[in-house]
Structures are given as structure tokens and as C-alpha cells.
Ligand binder design. Structure first.
Ligand code: AMP
Length: 394
């Protein structure tokens, strides 16, 4: 069965076509700068990468071209061969604990939840509607970033705020990066070969989050009501004392939107290093002894170590800690800093193996004597979307 896995952003659309259940990638690519000037798309097929510049006025243009490319590249001879299209949807609120087949009710709910994810859900919806139009015969499936975290219990997802804020306005911890946390925790559980496992997943990318997973179910996660909470990120502050917001507004005359933008786009590693939100740039400056970059990386590492320690206790000890996403998969430097700070728990890193683990490599980076097995696991949210879609279509 041929399945498409789709991730539509406000100006981009990533896709991957699979032969399922073999999970064979047939073609993949990304449309960029949709609705902006100089739009283009890149397609990867048979180890070749082809970039094409073209006008992409909207997502429908992108999906039309994608349909043509699928036929041109002999991925399908008729679009009807695509039996399912799985869409990454950022917010499923309290309504969805699993991926679902999209119908009118689901579309309405995703739309209603746009209040909670104004940057993401509307873009996800545009993508869904474009595929419904272009490949009407396919079953469309929504795979929510929040779904995996719906198993978190109330005493961990509720904020200590008036109950009405939760009951009437949906204010609570939701958690994000769910497809990644589910993929990585499943994989680690397979690798350690234990049914009852306690795993901490560190998804460290430009955005980052940490999850505590017990027996395959998420029991806590670091992101909150929005993806701005939790650890220090590339350009997001992570956890802060909320009183900073009214204080800084009064002091500087900034309005709430300016403060929101600053917390989202000018804080985190970028805000402290004043170099970049890209960890590679900041690490390079760290190596040159740049004080602000050293501080930025230290703040980031401390926040990650803080969540790992918290979840170690919440889980009552752990079998494994896994690193994933851009920084987690590639930065042996950051992983070493984090794991060395956890030595008091009996965690020991194998420095040589750790150094070699990058660019899509998967494996164990802890020493044989370590109390906890530590892994690098390249995440694969696309295959998770394809699996859920296949299972629902089948
Ligand atoms: P993601 O959001 O998962 O795509 O991750 C993006 C982040 O990964 C960016 O901040 C990159 O700088 C970071 N990254 C990618 N490769 C490396 C590397 N070799 N060392 C450090 N950070 C990296």
C-alpha cells in the first residue's frame, strides 16, 4: 500500500511517500517559500536530489506539482494508488489521544484548536484541504503532536491556576513533539528488549522537549500549554517566571506582542549568546572561549539536566536515556556535557563511541559500567505518521 506522510507549515510542505508495511521510502521532498517570492522545491529519489525553482502561490500549487512528480517519477501510475495521506497536526487538544481518520468533525476540531496553536494548526489545515482536493480517493489521517502526551495524568498536566481556566479555556500542559517521543521510546524499548521500560527521551533540536515514558506511555513532558515551556531552546526561553512579562512591559514600554516575539524568537541560546539560534555556530564560538556562548550552552545543558533529574525521580529510576533531533543526534559535545553532569546517578559515557555518533547513526553511547543505557536515536516522525496512516487505512 502506498502512503504519503505530510508536514505542512505556513510556507512549506514536506512529504515522504512510502510503500507500506515495508516502510520503504519511494520519494521525498520539500516545497519551500510557498506564497513568498523565489519559491522552489526539492525532490529526493533514488539517491538523487533535484531542486526546481517555480511559482508556488499557495499550498494547492505545491500539492498539484507533487501529484505530477509522483506520476512523472513512476511512484504511481494513477493517484488512486495513494491509499492514505497522513498529516502532521500540531494541536489535538484534549480530543485526540491517537491519530484519526479525518472527517468534518475532525476538521472542525482542528480549526477550533487554532486558538491554541495559531502558527501551526491553520497551516496544517490548509495542507489537509489541498490533499483532499487533489487526491480525493485517499483516506486522510491526522497525526497529532500532542496525542502521545494525553496519557499524562491530571496532577502532572494541570497548572495550579483557577480550575475555570482549565475547564473553560483549556489551559493545561499539552506537550509537543509527540510523534518523535513515541518513535524514539518505541525504538529504545525494542533495543533494550524489555516490556516494562522506563525511558527518558531528549528531543534536542531548534525546539526541544524531554519526555518521561513508562511502559510505552508518556507520564510527563517538558513542553506545556505551548511549545515555549520547558528547556532552553534555540531562540525560545523555555521556563521563566511569568512575572517577568508585566515587569518588562512596564519598564520598557514593550507591548504584549513584542514581549511574546522576544520570548519566542530572540531568547534561548540566541538571546544569551548573541550569536545565533543554531547550536553549530554557538558551539564554534564556545570553542573560541566566547563568554556569552559558554553561558548560553551552560544554561541549555543545565535546563536539560534539570528535566532529566526530575524525570529520573518521577519514573523511580530509568533503564535508558535517548538523545534525538538535530542537536541530540549530532552534537557529541552537548551530549557529553549533559551526561557528565549526571555522573552522580552512576551514568558513564563512552567518549570514543559518543564522538563517532552523528549524521544519522544509531547506537549506545554509555559505558558498560553505566547504571543507565544512553542512546542516540535518529528520530523519524514521518515513518510514525506513515505507520499510523497505514494502520487506520488497513
Ligand atoms: P532540528 O530542529 O531537529 O532540525 O535541529 C536543528 C538544530 O540542530 C540546529 O540548531 C542545528 O544547529 C543543530 N545541529 C545540527 N547539526 C549539529 C551539529 N553537528 N552540532 C551541533 N548542533 C547541530
Amino acid at each position: 500500500m502506498k502512503i504519503l506522510s505530510v508536514n505542512a507549515g505556513s510556507s512549506s510542505l514536506k512529504f515522504q511517500a512510502y510503500e507500506m508495511p515495508e516502510e520503504k521510502v519511494l520519494i521525498s521532498g520539500v516545497f519551500e517559500r510557498i506564497g513568498i517570492n523565489n519559491s522552489f522545491y526539492t525532490i529526493k529519489i533514488n539517491g538523487e536530489k533535484i531542486k526546481t525553482e517555480t511559482v508556488l502561490n499557495n499550498h494547492e500549487d505545491a500539492v498539484k506539482i507533487l501529484a505530477q512528480e509522483l506520476i512523472k517519477n513512476n511512484v504511481v501510475s494513477d493517484l488512486k494508488e495513494i491509499e492514505g495521506v497522513g498529516h502532521r497536526v500540531v494541536h489535538g487538544g484534549e480530543d485526540y489521544a491517537d491519530s484519526v481518520i479525518i472527517n468534518d468533525d475532525v476538521l472542525n476540531t482542528i480549526e477550533e484548536l487554532s486558538d491554541l496553536a495559531p502558527l501551526h494548526n491553520p497551516a496544517n489545515l490548509i495542507g489537509i484541504r489541498a490533499f483532499m482536493k487533489e487526491i480525493p480517493s485517499a483516506t486522510q489521517v491526522a497525526c497529532f503532536d500532542t496525542a502521545f502526551h494525553q496519557t499524562i495524568n491530571k496532577e502532572r498536566y494541570l497548572y495550579a491556576l483557577p480550575n475555570e481556566w482549565h475547564d473553560k479555556y483549556g489551559v493545561r500542559k499539552y506537550g509537543f513533539h509527540g510523534m518523535s517521543h513515541r518513535y524514539v521510546s518505541n525504538k529504545v524499548s525494542e533495543l533494550i528488549g524489555k516490556e516494562n521500560s522506563k525511558i527518558i527521551v531528549c528531543h534536542l533540536g531548534n525546539g526541544g522537549s524531554i519526555s518521561a515514558v513508562k511502559d510505552g506511555k508518556c507520564i510527563d513532558t517538558s513542553m506545556g500549554f505551548t511549545p515555549n515551556a520547558g528547556i532552553v531552546m534555540g531562540s525560545r526561553s523555555g521556563d521563566i517566571d511569568y512575572s517577568i512579562i508585566p515587569y518588562i512591559m512596564k519598564k520598557t514600554g514593550m507591548n504584549i506582542d513584542d514581549v511574546d516575539t522576544t520570548l519566542n524568537k530572540k531568547s534561548g541560546v540566541l538571546g544569551i549568546s548573541e550569536v545565533s539560534s543554531d547550536f553549530r555556530d554557538v558551539e564554534a564560538k564556545y570553542d573560541e572561549n566566547d563568554e556569552k556562548s559558554i553561558m548560553a550552552i551552560n544554561l541549555f545543558v543545565n535546563s536539560v539536566v534539570g528535566y532529566i533529574s526530575k524525570y529520573y525521580v518521577e519514573l523511580g529510576g530509568v533503564d535508558a536515556i535517548a538523545f534525538t533531533a538535530g542537536v541530540g543526534e549530532n552534537s557529541d559535545f552537548v551530549r557529553k556535557m549533559i551526561l557528565e553532569k549526571l555522573e552522580c546517578l552512576g551514568i558513564k559515557i563512552n567518549e570514543e563511541v559518543n564522538r563517532s555518533m552523528r549524521l544519522g547513526k544509531e547506537g549506545i553511547i554509555s559505558d558498560d559500567t553505566s547504571s543507565v543505557a544512553c542512546y542516540v536515536i535518529p528520530t523519524d516522525e514521518e515513518v510514525m505518521i506513515a505507520r499510523d496512516t497505514y494502520n487506520l487505512v488497513k
